[in-house]
Write a protein that binds this ligand. Structure first.
Ligand SMILES: NC(=O)c1ccc[n+]([C@@H]2O[C@H](COP(=O)([O-])OP(=O)(O)OC[C@H]3O[C@@H](n4cnc5c(N)ncnc54)[C@H](OP(=O)(O)O)[C@@H]3O)[C@@H](O)[C@H]2O)c1
Length: 235
């Protein structure tokens, strides 16, 4: 029996990933910062709710204690993420980037991922087949962002791609350190969810595909990679 925790599972790609992994027979903990939204989602999914705000030490530590007491963890999907938008939806660019804005995005996308990973590493290290999936983005790619004319180079935001580039390096460094684990960064593709005000052209079913694939990766699967459904991506 595989036990899996997904952060930010109350909606979007996290919710769809939870649905698919429940279907695949995993015991799924649906992490959500808001208890009402989280409980509702977990009940719909047939998952277990765990309150988990990735920006909050006490919340993450309590979640780790509860899951440890229930028997441990095999798979961690670091999915929770935010984009920096003005209330009217506008994404500020480099000229407007402030240290505070960058810190806010990093607080969830980077420090949150590290906080959760650090708290759950002792549980994962006791698993026979530990897996971590870090939900990155195509916008994390330095190669693509350096290529004139790509959507990656013309994307207006800076904080979000920078945070996901940090997620990619964290993925590689964790993978270097824990070769016994499968630790990969994935790009779901541009998917219609709240994070992009449903502008994405893919469905959540399509977007969750690579997350599910890497969350169910066996011991022979690659580790330390950055990929989408079609294979490895340029860093
Ligand atoms: N959609 C795309 O095109 C796309 C492409 C590439 C990568 N991604 C990545 O995919 C992941 C999922 O995004 P999505 O598209 O599914 O967006 P979404 O529908 O906005 O979902 C984001 C999830 O993260 C949760 N979250 C935000 N801050 C949190 C915190 N501090 N603690 C715990 N949970 C928190 C949200 O919870 P609340 O409901 O409480 O806000 C929500 O459950 C993100 O990492 C995103 O960067 C998305």
């Amino acid at each position: 029996m595989t036990t899996t925790l997904i952060t930010g599972a109350n909606k979007g790609l996290g919710y769809e990933t939870a649905r698919r992994l429940v279907e695949a027979g995993h015991t799924v903990y649906a992490g959500a910062r808001d208890p009402e939204r989280g409980r509702r989602a977990a009940a719909e999914l047939g998952a277990r709710f765990v309150q988990l705000d990735v920006t909050d030490d006490a919340s993450v530590e309590a979640a780790a204690k509860a899951i440890e007491a229930d028997g441990g963890l095999d798979v961690l999907v670091n999915n929770a993420g935010i984009e920096w938008r003005e209330p009217d939806g506008y994404i500020p660019g480099a000229a407007e980037l402030t240290a505070d804005a960058l810190r806010t995005v990093f607080e969830t996308n980077v420090f949150g991922l590290v906080r959760v990973t650090h708290a759950f590493l002792p549980l994962l290290r006791r698993s026979a087949a530990p897996v971590i999936v870090n939900v990155s983005s195509g916008l994390a790619s330095l190669s693509k962002a350096s290529e004139p004319g790509t959507p990656h180079s013309t994307y207006p935001g800076v904080a979000y791609p920078t945070s996901k580039a940090a997620v990619n390096m964290l993925t590689v460094r964790y993978a270097n350190t824990f070769p016994e684990m499968r630790i990969n960064a994935v790009e779901p593709g541009y998917t219609a969810t709240d994070i992009n005000q449903h502008a994405g052209h893919q469905t959540v079913e399509e977007g969750a595909e690579i997350i599910v694939r890497m969350a169910t990766a066996g011991p022979d699967a690659p580790t330390g990679t950055y990929r989408d459904v079609d294979g490895p991506l340029p860093w």
